[in-house]
Structures are given as structure tokens and as C-alpha cells.
Design a binder for this molecule. Structure first.
Ligand code: KG4
Ligand code: ZN
Length: 357
């Protein structure tokens, strides 16, 4: 095995074109030699959401430029790469294909292994870019497309404890932001709005708070926001609605996280209680504070990636690639993009009307 292997990570599953180069280190914490993320906010904002064809076109236009930048920043030459890791799913199929084919081409031309990475596994392992972390641990993955509690038992070994039965949390933030007239993607700005308002002004529903175990639901919240938004006029009321939304989310996560702690402890009696919160929404400070509070109360250690590693990036893909490289888990070059790729392959599909909790 190469000493301190160097992994090229490639991420194009949605609206970020990202390339990173990381190198293994004796400490167990790899060095991030470069981590370039190019967001497409400007392309999609006038449409209020990601337009797949435009996203894919932009990935095609930018990927070589971003890769060149990443190599320059890292000071590494192409020949030093030990393996290439590209996101294979879940995501938009025409976007995934760009990074997947780019990664395959580089691996084949360099004659180094190719590794297909589940984007969600990238988020799940993202704190390992900054600290050593033992398996198993509890994970709350909150992003634009997913909201799940999982036990991470090892690389590729996931047990889902709960998932959203409708909207993802990031989606709930983005939709609420849109109703309040905030530009896409509204999550970060909605958080700022919330800081200005009165969180007790509007009472919002907490769907399935007392049922469905660790499962989550946010769609009813958006409907309530839409209704209230038609009755308010002032900026101050908008801030109040944002603050009430933020507080409601924090309260939902407090209750559901407590349930997830109980589930985790039932299965893992005598292990360290580590609780990783990852994905774009993990950047939210109010959510961080609330999850710190519930973690302290229940003797769990809350662990977050750095804010810049919460959103989509390729360093997390390279991290998952590095772990798989060390296990000799490689893929063939005919690996297909998988837009719906789950983490826990045994978990039931829990979305849509009439779902039984
Ligand atoms: O993980 P991510 O970058 O992409 C996906 O894999 O989906 O997450 C993006 C989501 C978006 O919905 C965005 O609005 C949300 O994360 N987000 C936030 C914050 N920062 C990003 N939501 C609430 N508060 C934030 N500070
Ligand atoms: Zn993501």
C-alpha cells in the first residue's frame, strides 16, 4: 500500500462543481491539500430552484477549470494521485454523470483505482477530515435533499433510525425562505432573518412530533407558513415568522434527537456516545445550539464538520474515497450513476401519501 495515499475527490451531484485533493496522514486526520467549490447560485436564483439541464451544462463547462485550480493549489502533480473518488449518487443523474465520467477518465488515464462514492457517505464521514472518530456513532444528516437519523456502524454500514416522510429540512428552509421573498437558496439568509424576529409571535405545527419514532415531517409547517404569510404585511412580521419557523425546527429536532439517543443506546449499550450532525443545514447556528443542549443533557458529544465542510464539497468525497482505498474497495469503470442511492439499503421507502409510521 502506498504510504500516505493522495486521493482526488470529485463532486457534481447537484449545483456545486467541486474538486479536492487530500492526503492521508499518520495522525489519522488527512491533510486537505485543496478544496475548490464552485457554486451555481447565480445560474439558478431566477428560477427559485436548481434547473437540472443548466446545472449539468455548468458542470461540463467548469470541471476542467476547477480541476486545474485544485491541482495548482495543492502543488501536487497528476502522477502523484493514488486513486480517484467521484460521487455516484444520489443526485441529479445528468449532473452526477459529469463528475463520474470525469473521474473515470482521470483514473483510467493515470491507471489508478476508481472509487464511486455515495454523496451521503461523504457527508457522514465529513468530520473525519478534522478529527479521529470511532465507529459506531449516531448521525443526523440534514441537507437539501435528505433528513435522516442513522447509526454509522462502519464504512458502508448504516442503520437508519428515522427519515423525513415528506420534505427534507433544507427544502423546508428554502421553501419558507421563498414564501418570505428570500432568494434561493434561502436557508442561510432565513437564519439571519430569524435573528431579527420574535420567535414566540406565531404558533406553528410540529408534524408527527409525538408519533413515528425518529421520523420527521416538515410539509405541514410550510403550508402553515404560506397561510400566515398572506395575512402579514410588514418587514417586522416577516422576521417574526422566520424566527417562529427557526424556533419550531429547533424544538422538533430537540424532541426527535432525544428519541434517536434512546434508540442508539438501546442498540449500543457500552460505546462512546458520539453524535455527528452533517449536511448543509448543520451550518445553522440556532440548530447547533439546540443540539448542543440536548446532547449535553443526554451525555452525547455533539460533533460538527467545519461550517465550510457542511455544504457540498469534494473533500468529503475524497475522505470517503480514502477510507475505501485503504479497504481496497474499488469500482469498475462501468459503474452507473444512481440518482436514488440510499445509505441503509434495508430501510423502507417512507415517502408519499398514506405512508404508515
Ligand atoms: O448538503 P447541501 O449543501 O446540499 C445537499 O446535499 O442538499 O445542503 C444544502 C441545503 C440547502 O437547502 C440550504 O438552504 C441549506 O442546506 N442550508 C441552510 C443553512 N446553510 C445551508 N439551512 C439553514 N440554515 C443555514 N445556515
Ligand atoms: Zn449534500
Amino acid at each position: 500500500m502506498t504510504k500516505n495515499p493522495i486521493i482526488l475527490g470529485v463532486e457534481t451531484s447537484c449545483d456545486e462543481t467541486a474538486i479536492s485533493i487530500i492526503q492521508d496522514h499518520e495522525s489519522g486526520i488527512p491533510k486537505i491539500l485543496s478544496n475548490i467549490v464552485s457554486s451555481q447560485f447565480d445560474i439558478h436564483k431566477e428560477f427559485g430552484g436548481v434547473v437540472p439541464e443548466l446545472a449539468a451544462r455548468s458542470h461540463v463547462e467548469k470541471i476542467n477549470i476547477i480541476a486545474r485550480k485544485a491541482f495548482k493549489e495543492s502543488g501536487i502533480s497528476l502522477g502523484k494521485i493514488s486513486a480517484v473518488a467521484s460521487t455516484v449518487g444520489p443526485g441529479l443523474i445528468i449532473c452526477l454523470s459529469v463528475g463520474l465520467n470525469f473521474g473515470k477518465a482521470v483514473s483510467s488515464s493515470l491507471n489508478v483505482p476508481f472509487i464511486g462514492i455515495n454523496h451521503l457517505e461523504g457527508h457522514a464521514l465529513s468530520p473525519k477530515l478534522q478529527q479521529n472518530l470511532e465507529y459506531p456513532y449516531l448521525l443526523l444528516l440534514i441537507s437539501g435533499g435528505h433528513s435522516q437519523y442513522l447509526i454509522v456502524n462502519g464504512l458502508g454500514k448504516y442503520k437508519r433510525l428515522g427519515t423525513t416522510i415528506d420534505d427534507a429540512l433544507g427544502e423546508a428552509y428554502d421553501k419558507t425562505a421563498k414564501i418570505l421573498g428570500i432568494e434561493f437558496p434561502g436557508g442561510p439568509k432565513l437564519e439571519k432573518f430569524a435573528e431579527e424576529g420574535d420567535p414566540y409571535k406565531f404558533k406553528l405545527p410540529k408534524p408527527i412530533i409525538n408519533k413515528g419514532g425518529c421520523n420527521l415531517s416538515f410539509a405541514g409547517l410550510k403550508t402553515a407558513i404560506l397561510k400566515i404569510s398572506k395575512e402579514i404585511n410588514t418587514e417586522k412580521e416577516k422576521f417574526d415568522l422566520a424566527a417562529s419557523f427557526q424556533k419550531t425546527i429547533e424544538e422538533i429536532l430537540y424532541v426527535k434527537t432525544k428519541k434517536a439517543f434512546e434508540e442508539f443506546k438501546k442498540i449500543n449499550e457500552s460505546v462512546k456516545c458520539n453524535f455527528v450532525i452533517a449536511g448543509g443545514v448543520a451550518a445553522n447556528k440556532g440548530i447547533r445550539n439546540k443540539l448542543n443542549e440536548v446532547s449535553e443533557e443526554n451525555n452525547f458529544r455533539a460533533i460538527y464538520p467545519d461550517i465550510k465542510l457542511c455544504g457540498d464539497n469534494a473533500a468529503m468525497i475524497a475522505m470517503a474515497g480514502l477510507e475505501r482505498f485503504k479497504n481496497n474497495q474499488f469500482n469498475e469503470l462501468d459503474l452507473q450513476a444512481d440518482p436514488r442511492m440510499p445509505l441503509d439499503i434495508n430501510a423502507k421507502f417512507l415517502k408519499g401519501a398514506g405512508v404508515k409510521l
